[in-house]
Every structure is written in C-alpha cells, then in structure tokens.
Design a protein around this ligand. Structure first.
Ligand code: XMP
Length: 515
C-alpha cells in the first residue's frame, strides 16, 4: 500500500500548504483531524506525522489537542509552531507567552548539528508567526536552533523520533524550508518517495475501468473548467464511449465559451458530448432577481432540472463523475478551528446525486488543483483548458450586479472578452490566478464626443487576484499599461460603458466574486 505522511490539522492556515509541500517531494500526504487514532494512521500506512500550526495557545480552553498515544507509536513526528509546542507540552515541557511576538522573517542559528537541519547553512532566514514559545524544555529534549527572540526554535527528543520547529518550513519565505522537509521525509521517516502523478493516472484509470461494468454508463457534467474537463478525459481513457458529457449552456457563459468548449472536446477527444442550450429557461427564471443568494438558488435548481431531463435519455447511466478536489473534501468534511461561516452558497453539482440516484465517481478527491493541472497536461489537454482561470458555476449572473438582462449580459461579455484578450496579449494570464470584469448597477457621468453621457452608461470593474487556494487572495499588482489598454478599449468598444475601475480589495475581508 502507498506510503503516506499524515498532517494533523490544528487549524493552521498553512495545513494544506504543508500537505502540498510533502507531495511535491514525492510522498503522498493526507490531512487528518487531531482526533485521528493510531489505528487509522496504520490503515493509511503513515510513515510519519506532521503536527500543523494553529491559531490557539496550547493552554487556551478548547485549544485542539491530540492523544499522547500518537507520540508513542514510534512514528517520526515533526511539530510545526503550535505543533511543536503541543508535542513538547505532551512530553513534559512548558509553553508560555514570548517576550516579544515574532511575525515575519528572522535569522535562525543552528546550535546543534542534527539530521533535521542537515544540508542547510548554520545561519539562515526563516519565517515566524507566533506569540507563544516553549520556555522550559523537558530534559528529554535537545535544543537545535535559536533566534534572537526564541531560544528554542528547533528541538529533537533524545529518545523518540520527535522533532519540532517554531518557524514555518512550508512557506517559501523560509528559503531552506523544503530541504528541512526533505530531511524529515527521507532522512528521518525513510520515505520511499514514489508518489508521482503518472502513477496516479494509471492506478485511477484501472480502478474506474474495473468499477464500471461493460453495460454501464457514466455521465459527467462538463463546465469547461479545468477540473471537470480533466475528469472527463480521464474517464474517457478508462471507459471510452461509455462516457457521456453534458454541457449546459445556461445563458450565463462568457463570450464564445460554449463554442470553445464544444470545439475543444469534439476536436481533441471524440467524447460523446451533449450541449444543451437552456439559456432561455435560466434567463426567464432570473428576470427581476437581484439578490445573490436567490440567483444561486435558482441557478442550482434549474441546473438540476436540465440535468434530470437529459440524463433520463441516457440508458443505464449508473454513475455521475465530478471534478471534486481535495480542498473541497477537507473543507466540507471537518473544520478544526470552528464551524466555518457560510459566506456564499457555492453552486455545484453536489446536489445532483441525492436527487437523481447516481453513484459518484470523483477521481480528484485526493488531489490539489495544481496536481489536477499536471494530470491534464499528461493526458494531453490543451493549455487553454489546463491553465484556465476558475469560473463560478452561476457564471455571469454573479458578475452582472443586480438585475440580469440580456443587454447587461452582452455588455459584460464584451468587456470581459477585451480584458482577457489584453491580459493574454501582455502575457499576464498565467501570472494572475483569476481575472474578470464585473458590471455595476451604477451610472456615472461622462463626456463623450463633447456631450454629456449618463443615461445607459455603466461602470465596469476589473478584478484580478493572486491566490493559491482561493480561500485567501490579494489583488494583483498588474501592469498599469495593461490596465490602461484594457480600460481604453472597453470604453471605446463596448457600448454602454463609460468608466472602468480596478478592484483593490483583498480576500478577506472582500471575496473574489462581487456577489
Ligand atoms: P469567492 O467569491 O467565494 O470565490 O471568494 C472563491 C472562488 O470560488 C469561485 N466561486 C464559485 N464557484 N460556484 C462555483 O462553482 C459558486 O457559486 C461560486 N462562487 C464563487 C470564485 O470564482 C473563486 O474562484
């Protein structure tokens, strides 16, 4: 069975990053809650544990804890930040507030040569983010490194294979962080390092081929986005023409999107594809609806209705394939730091199986988006699909703020197409995580051809964000000249826009989409 590293999630915002870093070093990783049992860790063939950081103080009431038995299994443990403090506490050390809190870059000095901090300089820059420190180390621990404000910045246990670092090796601001993680994986856990995307493809294709019997069919709701597209191609590789993809044109797509998706799939893969033009029914139901949650509800409902009537005509369709990713599974499975607030009711096909009685096939339940992109690349999907920015299920409905009308959709489509054209032309598409235009329900006064322009003129916002996980994001410091060209063309070429603004809000507190 495949080896794994279990990342125990104490609520750090970096937990997923730790899991990714481990996989990037060719060891499979799984995020587990602090309640995980030794039995479960044996089932997943864990060869090491990483205790993540977390927002709490270990002594705080309700602070996440794990059972001490995890430290008694003989498995190597690496505690990071809160994880270090917890491991030390469980093994007899004391933790308290630091004299000075440390946030950001600081200099670490290695004071005791050891296998965890091997092949790194004696003095190096590391990233810290903590208010507590281990202030009394039990005699069983050996201090390995220090910083000016943190005398115990790395430790190892004298007898058990338990290690800890107060800094964050998983972030790129710790330049030797990856080497430290590799030391843990290979020198301490003795991992084999056989996790590769190529082997994932082979194993998954075989598993699907075995599961879907020769007389059964699979339906895949294709959105044209990277996850469902790569899922479709992987399925096709496993079961060929027993796959039917359904692409619903809900009238809320971007300029030429339906044609592009259809051409790509028919051209490259010969997959049985049904394109359902349902734009009229969606737009009719959305007429006069302004509230974002109401829009999402209607779209989700209509989508199910369309899917239902289409799938009735596909004989013996027992399975529904979806492009669900690992972060989706983790986020909906449990949340260590508390119950996440429902910020937006994300529309997806998750409501379908219960309604329609399909069994689910979700080949990417264990992968991150960048890994799905690698799968897509290896399966030969074209770059324009593999590297597409995400596009929300409710489409332009949540980007035409307020009333959705065919006229307003047309304005937004044209503006959005110009923006993307300019971004591509300036070679910025791959540098931005997501870029789009938003049409505001605001008129502003302008002067066009020496005359006042107001009636029928709208403000268009441009949103470009940098993010890895779409949970937090910063606005892209995009090239001014690119913004100037996009703004100029939008105002000149799109009838109904006389002002363009650039959105400089980060997430949080804003979200990526406006609605
Ligand atoms: P927010 O706006 O929540 O967006 O910061 C985070 C990411 O999710 C996308 N998004 C959605 N995707 N259905 C989807 O399939 C939705 O209802 C939805 N709302 C937002 C958004 O485009 C961004 O990539």
């Amino acid at each position: 069975m495949r080896q794994s590293i279990a990342v125990i999630d104490f609520g750090s915002q970096y937990t997923q990053l730790i899991a990714r870093r481990v996989r990037e070093n060719h060891v499979y990783s799984i995020i587990v809650p602090p309640t995980v049992t030794p039995q479960r860790l044996r089932e997943i063939n864990a060869v090491g544990l990483i205790f993540s950081g977390g927002p709490s103080s270990v002594y705080e009431e309700g602070a996440p804890q794990c059972d001490k038995s995890l430290l008694e299994m003989g498995l190597p443990v690496l505690g990071i930040c809160y994880g270090l403090q917890l491991a030390c506490l469980l093994l007899g050390s004391k933790v308290g507030s630091a004299k000075a809190r440390e946030y950001g870059r600081t200099q670490l000095t290695v004071s005791h040569p050891n296998e965890l901090l091997a092949n790194v300089p004696e003095q190096m820059s590391v990233w810290m983010s903590h208010g507590d420190v281990v202030n009394e180390l039990s005699a069983d621990f050996i201090p390995l490194a220090q910083t000016a404000n943190c005398p115990i910045a790395a430790v190892k246990h004298a007898v058990k294979p338990v290690y800890g670092v107060q800094f964050h090796p998983e972030v790129t601001h710790t330049p030797y962080g990856s080497q430290i993680l590799r030391n843990f994986l290979y020198e301490i856990c003795k991992a084999e390092g056989d996790w590769k995307i190529g082997s994932f493809i082979g194993e998954t294709v075989d598993a699907i081929a075995r599961r879907v019997k020769p007389d059964e069919r699979v339906i895949c709701g294709l959105s044209g986005g990277v996850d469902s597209s790569v899922a479709a191609v992987l399925l096709y590789k496993a079961i060929g023409d027993r796959l039917t993809c359904i692409f619903v044109d809900n009238g809320l797509l971007r300029l030429n999107e339906a044609k592009m998706v259809e051409a790509t799939f028919r051209g490259h893969f010969h997959i049985d594809l049904r394109v359902v033009d349902a734009s009229e029914r969606f737009l009719t139901r959305l007429a006069g609806v302004k509230h974002p949650q109401e829009k999402r509800k209607i779209i989700g409902h209509e989508f199910i209705e369309v899917f239902k009537s289409e799938s009735c005509t596909i004989r013996n369709a027992k399975y529904l394939a979806q492009g669900t990713l690992y972060p989706d599974v983790i986020e909906s499975g449990y949340n260590v730091a508390g119950t996440a607030a429902n910020i937006k009711m994300h529309h997806n096909v998750g409501g379908l199986p219960a309604e329609l009685g399909f069994e689910l096939i979700e080949p990417f339940r264990e992968l991150f988006k960048d890994e799905v992109r690698q799968v897509g690349g290896e399966l030969g999907l074209p770059d324009e699909i593999v590297w597409r920015h995400p596009f929300p299920g409710p489409g332009l409905a949540v980007r035409v703020i307020g009333d959705i009308t065919p006229e307003r959709l047309k304005i937004l489509r044209e503006a959005d197409a110009i923006l993307l054209e300019e971004i591509h032309a300036a070679n910025w598409y791959r540098k931005i995580s997501q870029a789009f235009a938003v049409l505001l329900p605001v008129s502003s006064v302008g002067v066009m051809g020496d005359a006042r322009a107001y009636e029928g003129q709208n403000v268009c916002a441009i949103r470009c964000v940098d993010t890895t996980d779409f949970m937090t994001a910063d606005w892209t410091r995009v090239d001014y000249e690119l913004l100037a060209r996009a703004s100029n063309r939008i105002i000149n070429e799109v009838e109904g826009v006389n002002r363009v603004v650039y959105d400089i809000s980060s997430k949080p507190p804003s979200t990526i989409e406006w609605e």
